[in-house]
Unconditional design. Structure first.
Length: 366
């Protein structure tokens, strides 16, 4: 997740009221969208390097996927990425783990943006490109941008009810990956004017080392997550050029297996009450049931696993849309007993339905 993009602008001094208005008018967003798979692939690889293959497999098992399936996906369900980030924040050592992971990001990781990036002349053009294509970058927070002649400030707004520890990891990773990519695009340092984090800081040595790496003071235990830079940095010219392989990857038609899974998701995600059987899905895709099972099994997944991923996503969608009757949602998602849904949701997200709903913004009907 490279947090270049901001989604609202503030140009006056009434920042507090603007943020309050923004939260009230923007219901949570991550529940109803797919998310770029490259984040999850990079995290899986990083966990494997840092903590070993067994822990990396646990990460994928927790979100109902496999390395084989992940290797062919361009998009995954958003809850899977958020759950993986939550686990990474718990497992990786140190209070700056998100910064360390984010520093591994490279421009070539931005799948689907290689050719558009190659046309950008300045970092400001890259900023606008990423802002206009959030579906290819991914973000679990919305941002408010305050712009003046000398300072651009971006504050992350946690409208998705993300717990404090996971939010800290996400902010660190997003900021660090943004800076890592920007440095490689321009072949220049990207100094910030300041960083604010509403979490406890590391020890003094780590604090000073991080300030030196970012080139700015860092405030911990602040009231918000945010960063500031000199807008002149947006005029830096782009010196990076994508590889031939990178350009080719943008032109390649999606993998046959990825297309199959996307077709299944397209059949399941719109469902409001009940789901088709495997046989019905196979018929809709003009395949035999045996062929569908075989092709999914070849990448370590199954129709039931994909269905459970979708059930979790749709449950999140409905909670975030303001639906609160757990019995009704359980029935809509095909559970014979509400208790089975409660157990499944806790297994998927790490939270019981009631706990998940606590603190969600009040849904406002337009």
């Amino acid at each position: 997740m490279v947090s270049f993009c901001a989604t609202d602008h503030v140009t006056d001094a009434g920042e507090g009221k603007a943020i309050e208005r923004f939260i009230c008018s923007h219901p949570t967003l991550y529940g109803d969208q797919l998310y770029p798979a490259f984040d999850l692939r990079l995290l899986h690889q990083y966990i494997e390097r840092q903590l070993g293959a067994a822990r990396a497999e646990r990460l994928l098992a927790a979100i109902g996927t496999t390395a084989s399936e992940l290797s062919v996906r361009q998009f995954v369900l958003a809850w899977q990425v958020l759950k993986a980030m939550e686990l990474a924040g718990e497992w990786l050592p140190g209070s700056l783990a998100g910064f360390h992971f984010g520093a591994t990001f490279r421009p070539e990781h931005l799948q689907g943006l290689q050719r558009p990036l190659s046309r950008c002349q300045t970092l400001g053009e890259v900023y606008e490109l990423v802002r206009s294509n959030p579906n290819l970058v991914g973000s679990f927070t919305d941002n408010i941008e305050t712009l003046s002649a000398r300072v651009m400030e971006v504050r992350s707004v946690n409208v998705s009810n993300i717990d404090a520890d996971t939010m800290t990891f996400l902010f660190q990773q997003g900021l660090s990956s943004m800076l890592s990519v920007a440095r490689m695009l321009t072949n220049r340092p990207i100094p910030l004017l300041g960083v604010s984090m509403c979490c406890s800081g590391p020890d003094r040595i780590e604090h000073l080392a991080l300030e030196q790496a970012l080139g700015c003071p860092i405030e911990f235990d602040a009231d918000f997550f945010g960063w500031r830079l000199d807008p002149a940095i947006l005029t830096y010219p782009i010196t990076w050029h994508p590889s031939v392989r990178g350009l080719a990857s943008d032109e390649v038609v999606e993998d046959e297996t990825d297309s199959l899974i996307n077709d299944i998701l397209a059949l399941l995600l719109p469902c409001r009450y009940g789901f088709p059987t495997l046989e019905q899905v196979a018929e809709a895709l003009r395949l035999s049931s045996r062929t569908l099972r075989r092709r999914l099994s070849a990448i370590g997944t199954s129709y039931q696993k994909i269905l459970n991923q979708v059930r979790c996503q749709l449950a999140i969608d409905r909670f975030q849309a303001g639906e609160r009757c757990i019995d009704t949602i359980a029935e809509q998602l095909g559970f014979n007993e509400t208790c089975n849904f409660r157990h499944a949701f806790k297994r998927w997200t790490g939270k019981a339905p009631g706990e998940f709903m606590t603190g969600l913004p009040v849904h406002r009907l337009s």
